[in-house]
Design a protein around this ligand. Structure first.
Ligand SMILES: *Cc1c(COP(=O)(O)O)cnc(C)c1O
Length: 310
């Protein structure tokens, strides 16, 4: 199903498959608007929402109740990039007759194939890499054979259809997505490795780096990494975080990544209840675009110097 935004690709399958009295398990590192939808609309509709640790793996079985309908996953998690053990979660969920939904926006279907790993419903914000030029909003929902009929009925019932021009632009983006992603991957990895050597950076949260706690899991299941990751500054508070962002000249400020241009945003983890983590300083999320890597490093260097002075 093609829907008008990535967020609609999250809300439509949830509205289609859950009913009053059901219990839904949602990963705590989920995209913030997904959490907001669950905490407001799903709760108002009488659905019990519970968050779980992204690193729970097979342990999800202990949280599943007789009325658990959906286990919602997103891997890697938004902003902090915890990798979930999707096959283990799917096995436990299916043993209890619960469905598994996955927001796979970060990897795209080129670098992770949810249905091959046991997911029932796969969700993508096509706004990001598929469209690729920061000028279209679109969402995609796919399902396995068992779930497709109900998903399609829910999609038709809700009337959230997309405009033909947005679909056309996304089809055009798909023609170059493979080569764009390869470049995003290469540039992001080069910058992430370089950032690991900077004394003013405490940590680089990128699952394709061997230093990442979930690197082995990422390597087992994914066949590539995209261009978005976060850094943890070595100390300092919001003042240092803002000074870093204010000093950037090539990176823009913007939440909706996946386009050709580099972007940075401050990360706020205040909504989390479980995966709060313990970090040495403020977090900044970087989307590495298609610009020259040396230019981007120089820009980040300006940000790091400003943060250190703040
Ligand atoms: C951006 C994003 C969405 C929502 O996409 P929109 O098209 O902006 O509504 C959903 N999930 C994830 C993980 C995202 O990064």
């Amino acid at each position: 199903a093609i829907v008008p935004s990535g967020l609609a690709a999250v809300t439509i399958p949830l509205l289609t498959f859950v009913s009053a009295g059901d219990h839904v398990l949602i990963v705590d590192s989920v995209y913030h608007p997904t959490r907001n939808f669950a905490d407001t609309m799903l709760k108002r509709l009488g659905i019990e929402v519970q968050y779980y640790d992204p690193r729970i793996g097979a342990g999800i079985a202990s949280l599943i109740k007789p009325n658990t309908k959906v286990v919602f996953t997103e891997s890697p998690g938004s902003n902090t990039y915890e990798v979930q053990d999707i096959p283990a979660i799917a096995k436990a969920a299916h043993a209890a007759n619960a469905l598994v939904m996955m927001d796979n926006t970060w990897a795209t279907p080129l670098y992770f194939k949810p249905l091959d790993h046991g997911v029932d419903i796969s969700i993508h914000a096509a706004t990001k890499y598929p469209a690729g030029h920061s000028d279209v909003l679109l969402g995609l929902v796919s399902a396995n054979e068992a779930c497709w009929k109900q998903l399609y009925e829910g999609f038709c019932t809700l009337g959230c259809c997309s405009g033909p021009d947005d679909i056309y632009q996304t089809l055009r983006g798909l023609r170059t997505m493979g080569v764009r992603l390869e470049q995003h991957q290469k540039s992001a990895l080069e910058i992430a490795r370089w950032l690991e050597e900077q004394p003013s950076v405490a940590q680089v949260l990128h699952p394709a780096l061997p230093s990442h706690p979930d690197h082995a899991l990422w390597k087992r299941d994914f066949c590539g990494s995209s261009g978005v990751f976060s850094i943890v500054l070595n100390g300092g508070g919001q003042k240092a975080q803002h000074a870093f962002l204010d000093a950037l000249t090539i990176f823009g400020l913007g939440y909706s990544w996946g386009g050709y241009e580099s972007l940075a945003v401050p990360v706020f983890l205040g909504d989390r209840t479980i995966a709060k983590g313990s970090y040495a300083g403020p977090l900044i999320r970087l989307q590495i675009g298609l610009e020259d890597v040396e230019d981007l490093k120089a820009d980040i260097q300006r940000g790091l110097a400003a943060a250190a002075e703040a």
